[in-house]
Design a protein around this ligand. Structure first.
Ligand code: SRM
Ligand code: SF4
Length: 562
């Protein structure tokens, strides 16, 4: 590869002095609220994105003002676990120092704070540090926040799987001292100044890892570059099936980009976990495309070299041989909203949080409610990959109090429909600079209409996995939904159908660039047909395939666009 053909991101990473750039200098530049030149990208490796409120962008342009630059900061929480004390600290910061006063749970079990002004960035990193948290590697070309199935019921296996998620996250973190130097006033974290795993130019593109405990596929493993599927025996974790090369993004008009399911490499015993994680990452580091960022993710590397060659290289680097895949099966992805009792005599309450947005509104001060629960809760909180939150590890004696607090603040609402619980949207407007259509803000209204259709067809408690994503980057994971909308323009979306409930089939394009109203009418007729003609317990996605409404995507590398 000749140097001049590498993408500009490669230059800026290699010239960044291990992610330092001139971020420190920019912090003291009062002439702009933003970050300049390479720093605009480099702050991502520290877990932040520069943004502005798109609702007021044109108004500020008319007033000849620079956009109101702020950052969105993403907190790293492997497996989504956070203590009540940490929650309380973040809640207080969000109330006082963010533009929207909200906390956003992401579908990768992290927290986002939107609208942090430059003057508050250092204080928030210092606060996180005091709380034992950080935002390292939650963005940029590195291994991101590691997911873990959030089911707390089978507590022993969950605890072991979570421990691995945490270990993998720590193992693959950048080793540079830049984060501590820039944000924590040089407080030394004793680490060598060489990126032994990620490389001094970091990875070709973002990299995502998940630990999943079947039969739940709440993490949506096929969205991830690297997956560890837990294999247990008598309630103890034995090892993992390893799958690589999942990913959902595409670019309109570029058929070299497509969503892809992860491929199976084989089974590994627990002791090989970190070596395999490192070998997969380093293979992608060395083999990934550094010229074209659109084709830089692991899924394209694997399609270029073939699964067998990728697997052989991982075996060589990890010094092991994959065993045959152990049988596993997924049955669903949704969260069980409400109370469940665990096998550790503790109780767990999963709260449905619409699009993960914790914000106080009239009659529903849910952000304050969570803060009130954090005040008395002795267990922990677990963020789910469906953007919900679990109040986990509640002793029987506290159950009543937590339940009544949750009800008092509108965190428990028994009228929420099954369809609403199975639906998800990405953030999109007003903060996402890449948004082409609304997602989070239109979702509640769309569900109202879908609920009405389900009621009219006398199947009010039925539902399908429905997801809206504001652009083809696919953050809302519409490419693993039974019905997915992908934003094109104001009120216009591509409609995809034919995914399945387990999240193992990619849906296919059904209608292109349609107005939302037309999409709802079309769904109305499809749902009416499903209500009458489905087989016993037949899911909507499966119904559309069996009835020839859409052809299944069998191998997206070859047949997604056909
Ligand atoms: Fe994402 C970029 C939000 C999960 C694929 N994503 C963005 C940015 C940061 C926009 C940007 O680059 O400036 C969005 C910030 C919006 C905002 O204002 O908050 C954004 N992505 C999100 C979140 C918050 C969506 C949500 O509603 O929960 C999720 C944060 C997860 C986290 O905690 O890290 C989020 N993003 C995903 C997922 C789903 C997943 O990983 O399970 C995907 C698809 C899976 C995949 O990676 O293939 C996803 N986001 C992208 C992409 C396309 C990547 C690619 O392969 O081309 C971008 C754009 C990019 O990287 O260039 C992107
Ligand atoms: Fe933004 Fe697009 Fe991701 Fe939605 S899918 S958050 S619009 S980048």
């Amino acid at each position: 590869m000749s140097n001049d053909k590498l993408s500009d991101n490669e230059r800026l990473k290699s010239e960044s002095e291990l992610l330092r750039g001139t971020i420190k200098e920019d912090l003291t530049n009062d002439l702009t609220g933003g970050f300049l030149g390479d720093n605009f990208q480099l702050i991502r490796f520290h877990g932040m994105y520069q943004q502005d409120d798109r609702d007021i962008r044109s108004e500020r342009t008319v007033q000849m003002l620079e956009p109101l630059h702020t950052v969105m900061l993403r907190v790293r929480l492997p497996g989504g676990i956070i203590t009540p004390m940490q929650w309380a600290g973040i809640d207080e910061f969000a109330s006082e120092h963010t533009q929207y006063g909200s906390i956003r749970i992401t579908n990768r079990q992290a927290l986002q704070l939107h609208g942090v002004l430059k003057k508050n960035i250092k204080p928030v990193h210092q606060l996180l540090h005091r709380l034992g948290l950080d935002s390292r590697a939650t963005a940029g070309d590195v291994n991101r926040n590691v997911l873990c199935t959030s089911n707390p019921v089978e507590s022993e296996i969950h605890q072991q799987a979570y421990d691995w998620a945490k270990k993998i996250s720590e193992h693959l973190l950048p080793k540079t001292n830049a984060y501590a130097e820039v944000w924590l006033d040089g407080e030394k974290v004793k680490q060598p100044e060489e990126e032994t795993i990620l490389g001094n130019s970091y990875l070709p593109r973002k990299f995502k890892t998940a630990v999943v405990i079947p039969p739940q596929n709440d993490v949506d493993l096929h969205a991830n570059d690297l997956n560890f599927v837990a294999v247990g025996d008598k309630g103890r974790l034995q090892g993992f099936n390893v799958l690589v090369g999942g990913g959902l993004a595409m670019t309109y008009g570029d058929k070299s980009t497509y969503p892809r399911l992860a491929s199976e490499l084989g089974f590994i015993p627990l002791e090989s976990t970190l070596a395999v994680a490192e070998a997969v990452v380093s293979t992608q580091r060395d083999w990934g495309n550094r010229k074209n960022r659109r084709n830089a993710k692991t899924k394209y590397t694997i399609d270029r070299v073939g699964v067998d060659a990728f697997k052989a290289e991982v075996e060589l680097r990890a010094g092991m041989t994959f065993q045959e895949i152990k049988t596993y099966r997924f049955t669903g992805r949704g969260d069980r909203i409400g109370w469940v009792s665990g096998n550790d005599n503790k109780y767990h309450l999963t709260l449905f949080i619409p699009s993960g947005r914790l914000i106080d509104s009239l009659g529903k001060p849910i952000k304050s409610g969570l803060a009130a629960i954090a005040n008395i809760h002795k267990g922990d909180f677990r963020l789910t990959p469906n953007q919900n939150i679990i109040v986990a590890g509640v002793p029987e004696k506290d159950q009543q109090l937590i339940d009544s607090l949750a009800r008092q603040y509108g965190l428990i609402d028994d009228s929420v429909s099954s369809q609403r619980k199975q639906s998800m949207a990405c953030v999109s407007y007003p903060t996402c600079p890449l948004a082409m259509a609304e997602a989070e803000r239109v979702l509640p209204g769309i569900i109202d209409r879908l609920d009405a259709i389900l009621v009219r067809n006398q199947i009010p408690t039925e539902s399908f996995i429905f997801r809206v994503t504001g652009c083809p980057n696919g953050c809302g994971r519409a490419m693993l939904a039974e019905v997915g909308l992908v934003g094109r323009a104001l009120d216009r979306y591509d409609l995809y159908v034919g995914g399945n409930k387990e999240g193992t089939r990619i849906p296919r394009l059904y209608k292109e660039n349609w107005h939302l109203n037309d999409i709802i009418s079309e769904l109305d007729s499809l749902i009416s047909s499903w209500a009458v003609n489905r087989n016993d317990n037949e899911d909507f996605g499966d119904f559309t395939i069996r009835n020839g409404i859409i052809r299944p995507v069998l191998n997206s590398t070859d047949d997604f666009y056909i």
